[in-house]
Design a protein around this ligand. Structure first.
Ligand SMILES: Nc1ncnc2c1ncn2[C@@H]1O[C@H](COP(=O)(O)OP(=O)(O)OP(=O)(O)O)[C@@H](O)[C@H]1O
Length: 228
């Protein structure tokens, strides 16, 4: 299933984002200098911002006019927005039914996904009683349970140390194998480890995906300056 940006233009005051490219199924990093438009790109796909011009096509279907809730998208941002007063089980269950009236089968699926991300046994704790890495797993479990085919990540594990971050990226790559992923990252090592291909965003222009290794080995001047 592919995501097509057809001649997209999105204006925000004096900034404009342009995109005319196809993203095939698989894991993609989104890289670019600060202010180049990475978060704007994700907001466009999520449906939080509407393009001034152009169409967004998912799996052959025009999703440009769909609300965020109608889109085939799940989102994992840096601040995971776990609810402090709810247990792990309830935080994850929100991904299925926001009113938390889960039937037996849905409860079983919650336990299954907790097991999948290595959180069995923590289901009755509240987020404050978990480590940072465990909290990230809860957020990931919630996203997985929604099982939308397009996953948007904005620096999802930036708050974790390098070892935990790499562990989470490995886990994500395993569990999101049938998903198309766009992951904004400032860390070239994350892009290399997680994403075979990368979308470069330069001054509001989104480029078509290119193999991550060669792009980072020989970056264009703007990206080179940013990566240092
Ligand atoms: N609500 C807004 N209204 C007007 N302009 C905005 C708004 N939000 C962001 N911008 C501008 O849009 C441009 C792109 O911002 P965006 O957040 O997409 O960049 P980014 O690549 O994600 O940056 P960073 O890496 O620093 O997070 C910036 O020039 C920013 O100033």
């Amino acid at each position: 299933m592919t995501l097509e940006f057809r001649d997209i233009l999105l204006r925000q005051d004096d900034f404009q984002l342009t995109a005319d490219l196809t993203v095939p199924q698989g894991r993609h990093a989104v890289i670019g200098a600060s202010g180049s438009g990475k978060s704007t790109l994700l907001a466009l796909v999520a449906g939080f911002l509407a393009p001034t011009k152009g169409r967004l096509i998912w799996d052959g279907q025009d999703i440009t006019d769909m609300t965020p809730g109608q889109r085939p998208v799940s989102i994992l941002f840096q601040h995971h927005n776990l609810f402090p007063h709810l247990t792990v089980k309830q935080n994850v269950g929100m991904g299925l039914r926001p009113n938390l009236r889960l039937d037996r089968d849905q409860q079983r699926r919650v336990m299954q996904v907790l097991d999948h991300v290595g959180l069995s046994g923590t289901q009755d704790r509240r987020p404050a009683a978990l480590s940072g890495g465990q909290q990230s797993r809860v957020a990931l479990a919630r996203v997985l349970l929604r099982a939308r085919p397009l996953l948007l990540l904005d620096e999802p594990f930036a708050a974790l140390g390098p070892a935990l971050k790499s562990e989470m990226l490995t886990l994500l790559a395993q569990v999101a194998s049938d998903t198309t992923v766009l992951m904004v990252t400032h860390d070239p090592a994350d892009a290399r480890a997680f994403a075979p291909d990368t979308l470069l965003v330069e001054d509001g222009a989104v480029h078509a995906p290119r193999p991550t290794g060669p792009l980072l080995d020989d970056p264009p001047p703007g990206l080179r300056a940013y990566l240092g």
